[in-house]
Ligand binder design. Structure first.
Ligand code: ZN
Ligand code: MN
Length: 147
């Protein structure tokens, strides 16, 4: 589950398997939402997934996108990034906690790949006596387009 180099095909298969395990019916529309999430590095919002699919699936509703996302959330197969000032964004490629770099101007979100949290986490546990279970680590700035 923690392999970060999953191909879109492999990731799609994993999501489908997990949803089938929890007895979810995979309709063509749900499949299309999963496919976008398995392929997207952009951390899309529900609205942007809907926009991307509406052309090929004219009957696709935003509610269907949200329902599919909720099924994935229940199955632990998607990471939800909540924001107070913009739409929630989703990472279907890496459904486990990991750091993000976020553009305060345009909302672009990127996964930094060379950040080893293991050492930091271990030191933190030593220092605080906490058993660290999860984290949320966001770095804000201006992307190269917005600078
Ligand atoms: Zn930007
Ligand atoms: Mn991510």
């Amino acid at each position: 589950m923690n392999s970060s180099h999953n191909s879109p095909e492999k990731r799609l298969k994993e999501m489908l398997e997990k949803l089938k395990e929890s007895d979810c019916r995979i309709t063509p529309q749900r499949y299309a939402v999963l496919n976008v999430l398995a392929n997207s590095f952009e951390h899309p919002s529900a609205e942007s997934i809907h926009l991307e699919l509406i052309e090929n699936y004219p009957t696709m509703s935003l509610a269907t996108v949200y329902k599919t996302i909720n099924l994935l959330k229940r199955a632990g197969e998607i990471l939800e990034l909540e924001f107070s000032d913009l739409s929630n964004r989703y990472d279907g490629k890496k459904p486990y906690p990991h750091p993000h770099v976020i553009c305060s101007q345009c909302g672009k979100i990127v996964d930094p790949s060379h950040l080893n949290l293991e050492e930091i986490t271990n030191k933190m546990m030593e220092e605080t006596g906490f058993k660290i279970l999860t984290h949320r680590l966001d770095f804000y700035g201006l992307c190269s387009d917005c600078q």
